[in-house]
Design a protein around this ligand. Structure first.
Ligand SMILES: [Zn+2]
Length: 218
């Protein structure tokens, strides 16, 4: 493991956890964040700690293949989900899991959100699926969440919350904000008689654009 790089990831995970809390995406100590170090190791937030008091060295280095961790602080109970995503999605380097209120409101219906907003389809890749109801921290939850995330960068977890991915932690946090906003819109439009969905071709075109052409890249 590249120790210097691991320290950089610890710092990024800590900064992102505080930004998630400051952005109103979480309540109390719920939710957790991870960042990839390499193909074997990740950094994840510790279990049940106050976000405002977190320091980078408290972010836990975990072996994704064995679940073993370094240091005295226990990692988040959601290690199985984060490990499985990072091990099976090589393009993903950051994962944000929250119990934000609007996403959770939709998740308790155990239904997903169709493709309805441009930023949703660009960043999350299309419709948002809802993973089935399973116990937090279980392998079953890791499996059903990974299935719901197939070719997507965000999903709901039944009666629990949401999970978003990014090529870096910044993108994963933006995805969490976009998913929360999409859930709010989805709830709002019910009162207006529903939404007109974005076509599958347009979803693919916009997501492709975001992944490869968006921003200042030439
Ligand atoms: Zn959770």
């Amino acid at each position: 493991m590249d120790r210097e790089y691991a320290k950089k990831v610890q710092k990024e995970v800590c900064v992102t956890a505080k930004a998630m809390a400051d952005g109103g995406l979480t309540a109390g100590t719920w939710g957790n964040i991870s960042g990839r170090i390499d193909d074997t190791y990740m950094v994840i937030t510790p279990s049940g700690m106050d976000y405002s008091k977190l320091t980078p060295d408290q972010m836990v280095v975990v072996n994704m293949k064995t679940g073993e961790y370094e240091g005295d602080l226990k990692p988040s109970v959601e290690v199985p989900i984060h490990s499985r995503i990072l091990l099976t999605r090589p393009e993903v380097n950051g994962v944000v899991h929250t119990h934000s209120s609007k996403a959770l409101a939709v998740a308790v219906t155990r239904k997903g959100i169709p493709p309805i907003c441009d930023d949703q389809v660009q960043i999350l890749g299309g419709d948002v699926r809802c993973a089935g109801y399973t116990y937090p921290g279980s392998q079953e939850m890791a499996e059903s969440v990974c299935e719901a995330l197939h070719e997507r960068f965000g999903a709901l977890i039944a009666n629990h919350g949401s999970i978003t991915l990014g090529r870096n932690l910044k993108e994963a946090l933006i995805a969490a904000t976009v998913l929360e906003k999409t859930a709010q819109i989805w709830i709002d439009v019910q009162a207006l008689g529903g939404a007109v969905e974005i076509s599958r071709e347009d979803c693919e075109f916009f997501h492709e654009f975001f992944m490869n052409k968006y921003g200042q890249k030439k």
